[in-house]
Design a protein. Structure first.
Length: 515
């Protein structure tokens, strides 16, 4: 985070096991094809061979994951399937005569089952091997569900934070962008057939790069974070990490390890001071005991190293299984890391130290057991991501200008202008020059030059003329100020400050000569 909005941070989504048996053990993994989420037809014949190998080939060709208990498929063989068949028809041919059948858990995941009763165990019971063609994601750790008091505290934290976000007008309000992020989250969830029904992703305005979720599945991502990332794989890394926090009940697990009876007023004030950068009033509402600790962890301090590591592992697995380039995880944290000497500021997406730890964690995972799958590559979807952002980069500049973080605003603005200038971009360049302290004649001249260039573009904001008028008025250039004010009123006659601008025009008129 930065000085301002240390937007909360944890994330979202409930996981169902891919296999209904609910068992997790050794997994066999193969890379998914990095294409669209829609299944593809067979492009090559699958010959007669042992069924497990045929199913692996099927998964490679169609980008459909196949999950089954190893003892179910066992040593069965298949007569194969010709190229050109749709996934359903191909599976029917592959399973013909094996006594097995399949069912779609979602458009990209299939489960193989048998109607035969399982043989009696010949030895002590043990967990079965689950085989998934595609990177397997283990079931969440089993913990006791929240009791009545715990659920009350979790619900109170959720409701309070959401109420304040909506009351303070922090929702970005771009439904198309919200739906785009929702689709990425659901694609990550589909990697292990997790239920996406409870998940609701929304973008909020914020000066600091952050993402967080609540225990009810609400996920929030700040405009600052989206402006900091370069492609969809980087965003998938953030969401995948946060999804694991949610699916593995990290909020509840962390809450239970703390001495919630000792939550002090200092903790609450720290949280609210952080949230005040988002526009939250700095007050001390009467939350149920323990709510402050939950919100503080979401907004400021993050989770323990063990839980963060668990979330890193789950996030990488989801990325690879969903077909994303896993190197996006490292790239995302590098984008968010920021200057190393920012200890005086609130942390960006945790803190510089924690980001360094997580970078090391990701590099270790990608060089270790996931190295082969990560090396297979995957989608980055940079063009799609940049296209979905639309006006968000300039909106983020406007947010930073209003907050007074002019240096960061100028860095983003220069990057935007490098890809193509616009009236709004030049207007914001004028705003950063006008608001720089200490004010100087040179700064005013830079602002006026930017405003003059802005009005040559058709998308120049009406406020450009107002700011020119105000600067001219301060310099005693009444005639030029009047022209600018008149242009402003022509373009924004119903603006909230229109009456004040009309008064300025009245004051600028020369006094009538005495009779």
């Amino acid at each position: 985070m930065t000085r301002s909005c240390p937007n909360p941070l944890i994330t979202a989504l409930r996981a169902c096991a891919v296999c209904s048996c609910g068992l997790s053990l050794p997994f066999i993994s193969l890379p998914l094809r990095a294409e669209s989420s829609m299944p593809a037809a067979l492009v090559a014949d699958i010959p007669s061979q042992p069924l497990p190998r045929a199913l692996e080939d099927f998964s490679r060709q169609t980008a459909v994951q196949v999950a089954y208990l190893s003892e179910v498929v066992g040593a069965r063989r298949t007569q194969g399937a010709p190229s050109g068949l749709a996934p359903e028809d191909a599976l029917e041919r592959l399973l013909r005569g094996t006594g097995l059948h399949y069912e779609f858990l979602n458009p990209r995941i299939i489960r193989i089952r048998t109607t035969e009763p399982p043989p009696p165990p010949a030895r002590a019971p043990q967990l079965d091997e689950v085989v998934i063609n595609g990177l397997a994601i283990r079931n969440p750790i089993r913990i006791a569900p929240a009791n009545t008091q715990e659920q009350h505290i979790l619900d109170a934290a959720n409701e309070e934070l959401q109420r304040r976000i909506e009351r303070c007008g922090l929702l970005y309000g771009n439904s198309a962008l919200d739906q785009y992020l929702q689709g990425i989250a659901e694609r990550l969830l589909a990697a292990n057939a997790s239920d996406a029904a409870a998940v609701h992703v929304r973008v909020i305005k914020g000066t600091s790069a952050n993402a967080f979720s609540l225990s009810d599945g609400s996920i929030y991502v700040t405009t600052a974070l989206l402006a900091s990332l370069d492609d969809e794989s980087e965003l998938a890394a953030i969401l995948g990490h946060e999804l694991t926090h949610y699916t593995n009940a990290h909020v509840l697990r962390a809450y239970r390890t703390e001495h919630t009876q000792e939550v002090s007023e200092h903790v609450g004030l720290l949280l609210l001071s952080a949230l005040s950068g988002l526009g939250f009033p700095l007050d001390m509402p009467k939350y149920p005991l323990g709510t402050h600790a939950i919100l503080k962890r979401a907004s400021v301090s993050g989770y323990s190293p063990d839980l963060e590591r668990e979330a890193d592992t789950g996030g990488i697995q989801r990325m690879i299984s969903a077909g994303y380039d896993a190197s996006g995880a490292v790239a995302a944290l590098q984008q968010l890391q920021g200057p190393a000497d920012s200890s005086a500021e609130l942390p960006i997406y945790a803190s510089h130290r924690k980001l360094a730890q997580r970078l090391a964690s990701y590099r270790e995972l990608l060089a270790g057991k996931h190295a082969k799958l990560a090396a297979a590559g995957g989608e980055t979807r940079r063009a799609d991501y940049q296209g979905q952002l639309g006006t968000l980069p300039l909106d983020q500049v406007s947010i930073l200008v209003d907050y007074g973080d002019l240096d960061r605003a100028e860095r983003i603005l220069n990057a935007v202008i490098a890809t193509g200038d616009s009236g709004r971009a030049e207007f914001l360049k004028g705003e950063t020059a006008r608001k720089h302290l200490p004010r100087s004649d040179a700064g005013v001249e830079r602002a006026l030059a930017a405003y003059a260039l802005a009005v040559t573009y058709p998308d120049a904001p009406a406020a450009t003329y107002r700011e020119v008028g105000l600067l001219r008025r301060l310099r005693g250039e009444s005639a030029d100020a009047a022209l600018a004010f008149q242009s402003y009123l022509e373009r924004a006659p119903l603006a909230a400050d229109a009456p004040l601008i009309r008064r300025y025009l009245e004051d600028a008129r020369p006094a009538a000569p005495p009779p």
